[in-house]
Design a protein around this ligand. Structure first.
Ligand code: ATP
Length: 577
């Protein structure tokens, strides 16, 4: 475990941890010596040898004071090391999260991550100070006592030694049982956290569905399971501690019986027996205490295992020498992809040339969003190749793809910060004036004009103070600010008011002028003005592709789809062809 913890510690924390552990070992040895010194002291007392009593008392006081000083320094250093370790753990966790492939986040991990970053990291960081220190004491102090016991009576010392493997076995068994119970509990906690977060976020939907909705029941079940797992952990811990205590008491009783037998037989004097029994009690006491703490090691171990798992997630392959794209056109070449199951895209081939708008249309679930995820390299395809500027994405590298591509998705998440800062994260190197100018190109200035506080108005958690269309305008402004040569836009499906409609239309015109724009198009205006339309089937294949005019003239599936959309929107077809 120490090795595992050291693996996550930065240099400062590692040095602090090693120093404090050395001091802890030293203090526990000194504590053992203090106990051992009780034997000659007690023997001298029993024999009324006051000169020897004085001598041993002086030695005891000297070792005792040294122990107290070392113990104090060890505690102080351990606390500092714990704080450094916490820093280091949280930083490593953060660094790892930003390296993980985006696909890892497709499953909701918020509960697990928040638990790891808060309780888990704190438990691991304090484990060396609060738990290991005492567990080390529970082994090293008795070991020192045992060595001392051999100096006074080898037979009793041998009986004590014989009990060590039994106690060790009991200790390991409790730790294993606790580790298992805690792993179940940790999983239940993260599931319950996910459900509670979801429950809070989804309140408006849930209220509309009535109180006995599926989500209510899912939250209740997740909390029930967590309570059940917690009870299991308490029962396992309690039973383990009681069993361990019993083993320790049996060992002590054996030594008492053997000591009495030897004294009656005349081979051990009463003074030595009494002194050794005091020592035997000192031998078992730290062991008993450490048994109670073995569960703590198991709990810290669960978080360490989760951290290890996080570090084992295989990142997408990266090039040793990234290639430069020749242009910013995007190309899908015979791409097939599925989310671990049946393919959702099959043999997709098309190009989205630089400086053009390519619109993707098709029924719900046909794979439109998946295409944009593959271009942004959230995933690599199972077969076929995605290229930017003629270079396959794995040869370009994820960093270069992230720099070149600006995705504007429908589920835009805004930080609970000012509207200005929400645009600014698109490019933090620009000045406030430059950010405002870029944001105005996406029509964000109109939103700002209505908000009390203007550019410094807060947008609420997730952007809840803005409408869907307004959030998308902020997201488009981020993309404009990032000045990425490839923009992926998933147009809002919900009906937009005229202000949003016009602002987004104008922003699209600004983007397509000098960038590669791939749009999952829902607005009729976008579809008909696209340079090229790719129409998908519900099976994730391409049904038709071409310009709006070409596809209407072909009078195939697209022409039917277009007529339906126009009828639904109440457009006059003749006016818009
Ligand atoms: N993260 C995921 N894990 C597993 N399956 C997924 C995931 N995301 C999408 N899918 C599945 O892949 C298929 C294509 O989904 P995709 O979101 O790409 O379709 P779409 O055409 O964008 O749909 P819509 O128009 O409804 O947004 C669907 O069957 C969907 O259920």
């Amino acid at each position: 475990m120490i090795r595992q913890i050291l693996g996550y510690a930065n240099d400062v924390a590692r040095r602090g941890l090693i120093t404090s552990l050395i001091l802890v070992v030293l203090s526990t040895i000194l504590q053992g010596i203090v106990f051992v010194l009780l034997v000659p002291l007690l023997r001298a007392l029993f024999r009324d040898d006051m000169g020897a009593v004085g001598q041993w008392l002086a030695v005891l006081a000297a070792v005792g004071v040294t122990y107290a000083v070392v113990f104090y320094i060890a505690s102080y250093k351990s606390q500092i090391a714990a704080m450094d370790l916490l820093d280091s753990l949280v930083t490593r966790l953060g660094d790892r999260i930003v390296e993980l492939p985006i696909s890892w986040f497709a499953v909701d991990r918020s509960g697990q991550l928040s638990h790891m970053a808060t309780h888990g990291a704190m438990f691991v960081a304090s484990a060396p100070y609060a738990i290991l220190r005492r567990i080390l004491g529970g082994f090293i102090t008795p070991a020192t006592v045992l060595v001392g016991m051999y100096l006074f009576d080898w037979r009793l010392a041998l009986a004590m030694t014989a009990s060590v493997p039994v106690m060790w076995f009991a200790f390991v068994m409790i730790r294993r049982a606790m580790a298992k119970a805690d792993a179940v509990h940790a999983e239940a906690v993260s599931e319950a956290s996910n459900r509670v977060i979801e429950f809070a976020r989804m309140q408006p939907t849930l209220r509309a569905a009535g109180s006995d909705s599926i989500s209510d029941r899912m939250v209740a079940r997740a909390l029930d399971e967590q309570h059940h797992a917690y009870r299991g952990m308490l029962v396992t811990g309690g039973t383990g501690i009681a069993a361990f205590g019993a083993v320790v008491q049996v060992a002590l009783t054996t030594v008492i019986v053997l000591g009495a037998y030897l004294t009656i037989g005349g081979s051990l004097d009463v003074a030595t027996l009494v002194a050794l029994l005091v020592l035997a009690a000192r031998f078992v006491e730290p062991i008993s205490n450490s048994g109670a703490l073995s569960g703590g090691i198991a709990i810290a171990g669960t978080t360490l295992t989760q951290l290890d798992e996080l570090h084992r997630v295989t990142p997408l392959p990266e090039p040793s020498a990234p290639r430069e794209p020749a242009h910013w056109g995007v190309e899908l070449d015979n791409v097939t992809f599925g989310y671990g199951g049946a393919p959702v895209l099959r043999g997709i081939t098309f190009t989205a040339p630089a400086g053009r708008m390519t619109a993707i249309v098709g029924p719900s679930g046909s794979g439109k969003t998946t295409i944009t995820r593959l271009i942004a390299r959230f995933y690599d395809p199972e077969a076929g190749t995605v290229r930017i500027g003629g270079v396959p994405l794995p040869e370009l590298g994820t960093g270069a793809v992230e720099a070149a591509v600006a995705p504007v998705f429908q589920d835009v998440y805004l930080f609970d910060d000012t509207i200005l800062n929400n645009v600014w994260i698109g490019n933090t190197e620009l000045s406030r004036e430059e950010v405002i100018a870029a944001a105005a190109r996406a029509g964000v200035d109109e939103i700002v004009a209505r908000l009390p506080g203007g550019w410094d108005a807060r947008v609420g958690e997730g952007g809840s103070n803005l409408s869907g269309g307004e959030r998308q305008r902020v997201s488009i402004a981020r993309a404009l600010l990032k000045d990425a040569p490839v923009v992926l836009l998933d147009e809002a499906t919900s009906a937009l008011d005229i202000g949003n409609e016009m602002a987004i239309g104008a922003a699209i015109d600004a983007i397509r002028a000098d960038r590669t724009l791939v749009v999952i198009a829902h607005r009729l205006q976008t579809i008909m003005t696209a340079d090229r339309i790719i129409m998908l089937t519900e099976h994730g294949t391409i049904r038709e592709s071409g310009t709006h005019a070409e596809l209407l003239a072909a009078d195939g599936a697209y022409a039917g789809y277009w007529r339906e959309r126009v009828d639904a929107a109440g457009w006059q077809l003749a006016d818009h062809q």
